[in-house]
Design a protein around this ligand. Structure first.
Ligand code: TXA
Ligand code: MG
Length: 348
């Protein structure tokens, strides 16, 4: 498994051969789609400068066409090719966190098709650290005179949980999409998205790179997403109900889950996702399918989408998830769990 904190070697792309990389780059070059691993989640990639390829991405995902997608750059790709202006804050963050799980929203250069940002005047840029992603991006970019970029949302159907393995991608799309298998994603949740297009840093989506990490580099804390800013750009990951499994999921503190577990019918199996340190006797309760959640936020994020997918196949009627501390270190996991639960709140 790749470690996103380590420098990666583009010549050792996790058992994916150079011929497989070239084949995938040729598909991208021809306007086709390729799913590929990144350190966050698997992406569904297409040529970022081809409105037709982007339309294919939207069609495959079943995603509304006004939602922007992230452009992925090769390790030595030039962000300036894509943007109207690269503010000093962006350069500092690039120096600190690229390659890695941070996406920057910047003003889009006039020659970049608006399709990539759903018609908005910005563009989202990210340089992934996964060696297979880097090898693919380098090979594709080389075919475009060093400037190619790959637009890639997470490789799941709209509203579903993002994929963290090649098998997850196959479960979403069957054999319709060509997949490069680079093992399980190390970060496990989508990149941090920071908007720098409005004159101040604003967090649109929390991820492995945290608000304190950003503040340390900028000397200024980013604004946090609070839903009240009407000028905020649209981002599908900021819709309330998103990242949901199919099985109803409730997110409550352990004390609030206990009476629900006690009241759940004995002929029904329910899942309980909780930290072993908090779960008490419910770990062994007869109709409870217990999943021991990691005690550490990064490990929790790494496993989250995998266990949500597994629980959809576990024959349980409900998924009860222990609500985690409301502290900054849990912000990204809380965000994804909150959205998964929001999808079912209307249904009770
Ligand atoms: O970790 C990730 O970011 C993964 C991997 C594949 O790199 N990609 C990913 O893409 O999560 P997606 O499309 O599922 O989510 C990208 C988010 C969306 O919420 C999208 O709306 C937002 O980024 N986004 C992209 N470009 C944007 C822009 N120009 N302005 C505002 N939001 C943007
Ligand atoms: Mg997504």
């Amino acid at each position: 498994m790749p470690d996103s904190s380590q420098p990666t070697d583009p010549h050792d792309p996790h058992g994916v051969t150079p011929a497989q990389i070239e084949h995938a780059a040729a598909l991208l070059d021809a306007g086709e789609l390729v799913a590929f691993p990144t350190e966050t989640v698997y992406g569904l990639g297409g040529d970022a400068e081809s409105p037709e390829a982007i339309a294919r991405i939207y069609a495959a995902k079943g995603r509304p066409a006004n939602h922007p997608v992230i452009v992925h750059l090769a390790p030595h790709g030039d962000p300036r090719y894509w943007v109207a202006d690269l503010p000093p804050a962006a350069q500092k963050l690039i120096d600190a966190f690229w390659p890695g799980p941070l996406t920057l929203i910047l003003k889009r250069a006039a020659h970049i098709p608006a399709a990539v940002s759903g018609g908005q005047d910005s563009v989202g840029l990210r340089c992934p650290s996964h060696p297979v992603a880097q090898a693919l991006l380098s090979a594709f970019s080389a075919r475009r005179g060093g400037h190619g970029g790959v637009a890639a949302p997470s490789a799941n159907r709209f509203g579903h949980v993002s994929p963290t393995t090649a098998q997850h991608v196959r479960d979403e799309f069957g054999s319709a999409i060509h997949v490069l298998d680079g093992g399980a994603s190390d970060v496990g949740i989508e990149s941090t998205i920071l908007d720098l297009s409005r004159g101040f840093p604003a967090l649109l989506r929390p991820g492995r790179v945290t608000p304190p990490d950003i503040a340390n580099v900028l000397g200024e804390a980013p604004r946090l997403p609070d839903g009240s800013d009407a000028t905020a750009p649209r981002a599908s990951g900021t819709l309330k109900a998103h990242y949901a499994p199919r099985t109803p999921l409730a997110l409550l503190p352990m004390e609030a889950l206990e009476p629900l577990l006690a009241a759940s019918p004995k002929d029904e199996r329910v899942a309980l996702v909780a930290r072993a340190s908090r779960v008490g006797r419910w770990m062994a309760a007869e109709n409870v399918h217990f999943v021991a959640a990691p005690e550490d936020p990064d490990a929790y994020a790494r496993e989250l989408y995998g266990f949500l997918r597994a629980l959809d196949r576990a024959n349980v009627t409900r998924i009860f998830v222990e609500k985690l501390p409301d502290t900054i270190e849990w912000i990204a996991v809380n965000d994804r769990l909150g959205r998964a639960a929001a999808a079912f709140e209307a249904q009770g």
